[in-house]
Design a protein around this ligand. Structure first.
Ligand SMILES: Nc1ncnc2c1ncn2[C@@H]1O[C@H](COP(=O)(O)OP(=O)(O)O)[C@@H](O)[C@H]1O
Ligand SMILES: [Mg+2]
Length: 362
């Protein structure tokens, strides 16, 4: 159910590298600049078709090379499925699944659920809604199978609607009215998928996580669909404003969620350490839900785990990580620095030492 083989070619500072990860815990350690984050980035790239640290695809390709490649074998029950992705300097992506070319990133994403935690991830609670929607929709995508089509079709209509609002051809108001029926239908479908997912997520979060970390017991999740009450009448009410803005201000593309504790947003009431822990809890709950709903082992990438975490937080992180069956890839400068997290989990562990873009297996 895990990635059983990984090979990278011309990815960042890694010229060529191949290894067999453990289905449980993989610790990637090495000095700064050795290529640890790049290795996690390659696994993320395999599932998302992009990086978690840049939107510039060219930077993923090793200097002076023309394309980067990531290959892997994914074990699903007793099937070993070879998958691969490459990207060239012109930005063209090529995908392969079981020897067949594919044009759909969603097929690859579906096979390999990957989430990442970096030292900056807790900014999820402070930044704009885009990152929170991305987090939510990753879970919805894996668990609610009809979501992706609805979301894709909705985005086509949204694009069209926004183009009409911007360019305003002579009959734009009628054209928009014509499309709004489908816009509303798909928006409501997306909203139902998200709400269904959130109710499952909440059940798991409060059953499984809160008993481990009691400080989360008073937390409340509030979901905002991106509009209130009746979307059709909101679109009508907002029409003049949307024309002025040149885009659509109500719909599922504006959805958001936030956590509250005793009536306050968590970002105003929890400490940085507690927010980091909450972030771990959310990612673990999400992976755990994907695993129980889809029978697929998901992957959790944790970059630079020990950075700034106190001893107590390390123990709580360990207790949280023990709650999911995910294949873990954890980076740190030294393997010892994360033994307090890894040892109590009692899962098998492989160590990989990265040096100048190459791996030394122990
Ligand atoms: N496209 C690239 N080609 C070659 N080297 C790169 C490229 N992008 C980044 N690097 C280099 O790769 C090295 C490894 O980076 P990184 O994976 O962030 O290291 P670590 O996480 O181990 O500190 C850095 O020294 C960086 O300068
Ligand atoms: Mg790094």
């Amino acid at each position: 159910m895990s990635l059983t083989h990984l090979s990278l070619g011309d990815f960042r500072n890694i010229e060529a590298l191949s290894f067999e990860p453990s289905p449980d815990i993989n610790i990637i350690y090495g000095a700064n600049g050795s290529g640890k984050t790049s290795l996690l980035e390659a696994i993320y790239f395999l599932s998302h078709g992009k990086s978690f640290r840049t939107n510039k695809h060219k930077i993923l390709i090793r200097h002076e090379q023309s394309r980067c490649i990531v290959h892997a074998k994914k074990q699903i029950h007793n099937l070993s499925i070879p998958v691969g992705i490459s990207k060239d300097n012109a930005g063209e992506t090529k995908l392969k699944i079981q020897g067949q070319s594919s044009r759909k990133m969603s097929e690859l994403a579906q096979l390999i659920p990957v989430q990442v935690i970096t030292p900056e991830s807790y900014e999820l609670f402070f930044g704009g809604p885009k990152e929170r929607r991305k987090f939510l929709d990753l879970g919805v995508f894996h668990v609610e199978h009809a979501f992706f089509n609805a979301w894709r079709n909705f985005n086509k209509i949204l694009k069209q609607r926004n183009a009409l609002l911007k360019s305003r051809p002579s009959n734009y108001a009628e054209q928009i009215k014509y499309w709004d029926k489908e816009y509303v239908r798909l928006a409501e479908e997306i909203n139902i998928h998200r709400k269904t997912y959130i109710s499952r997520f909440e059940a798991l979060f409060f059953d499984k996580i809160v008993c481990q970390i009691p400080i989360f017991s008073g937390l409340e999740l509030r979901y905002d669909a991106g509009w209130k009450d009746c979307l059709a009448s909101q679109l009508e009410q907002q029409f003049e404003r949307d024309v002025k803005l040149g885009y659509t201000s109500k719909g599922p593309h504006k959805a958001d969620f936030s956590f509250y504790s005793e009536g306050y947003g968590v970002e105003n009431i929890l400490s940085r350490g507690q927010l980091k822990l909450l972030l771990y809890a959310l990612k673990v709950a999400q992976n755990s839900l994907i695993e129980s709903e889809t029978d697929k082992q998901s992957i959790l990438l944790i970059d630079d785990l020990p950075s700034e975490l106190g001893e107590e937080t390390m123990q709580s992180v360990s207790a949280l990580l023990a709650l999911c069956q995910s294949q873990l890839f954890i980076t740190a400068i030294t393997a010892e620095s994360i033994s307090a997290v890894v040892e109590p989990m009692q899962r098998s562990c492989s160590m990989f030492h990265v040096k100048h873009g190459s791996l030394i297996t122990k």
